[in-house]
Design a protein around this ligand. Structure first.
Ligand SMILES: [Zn+2]
Ligand SMILES: [Zn+2]
Length: 173
């Protein structure tokens, strides 16, 4: 899920998930809106006098599609311009496989993944491969912990640790 990095009261960067349920009024004046553009799921919308800057450039049009790691800043006259970072990075999480039109095969074990089976989608946006992640003692399915079977995704270099967290944070800047 895409998210915005914002600083908390102690000045630490915190990720805030962007829900595709409607508009998120964050940052305060500039809104982050879901778009219908394939591959560009979010855009920032700001009123002309909000002085929204993206990666240091004023967004004169007021509407701008957001890309991974874009910096948003509102230079609204306060001493410190308020800054946020947009990120499309996903975290590793186990979810019931949503199902698909065609048979989806797990790249680790080559067996099919059925709708509802506990599974992990590789969070690397260039990969996104689904793997089984069925724990031992599951009520319906045999144990099949394919995602965490190795330390890396079977198709890319994404680490599989379930508590790995985000690979990129604004602290790296
Ligand atoms: Zn598998
Ligand atoms: Zn992968």
């Amino acid at each position: 899920m895409a998210h915005l990095w914002k600083t908390d009261a102690d000045g630490n960067w915190q990720p805030v998930p962007l829900e595709i349920t409607g508009e998120t009024a964050e940052p305060q004046q500039a809104r982050i809106l879901p778009t219908a553009i394939p591959g560009s799921d979010w855009a920032a919308l700001a009123a002309p006098d909000d002085s929204l800057h993206i990666n240091g450039q004023e967004s004169a049009l007021g509407l701008r599609v957001l890309n991974d790691r874009d910096e948003l800043a509102l230079a609204d006259g306060s001493d410190e311009p308020r800054r946020w970072y947009f990120s499309t990075e996903e975290v590793v999480c186990v979810v019931p496989f949503p199902g698909s039109e065609h048979v989806t095969r797990c790249p680790r074990c080559k067996k099919g993944i059925d709708a509802g089976m506990p599974a992990v989608r590789c969070p690397n946006p260039q990969c996104g491969a689904w793997h089984h992640q069925i724990p031992a003692g599951h009520a319906e399915h045999r144990e099949r912990e394919c995602w965490t079977y190795a330390t890396k995704c079977s198709l890319c270099s994404q680490p599989t640790a379930l508590d790995a967290g985000f690979r990129w944070t604004p602290e790296e800047l």
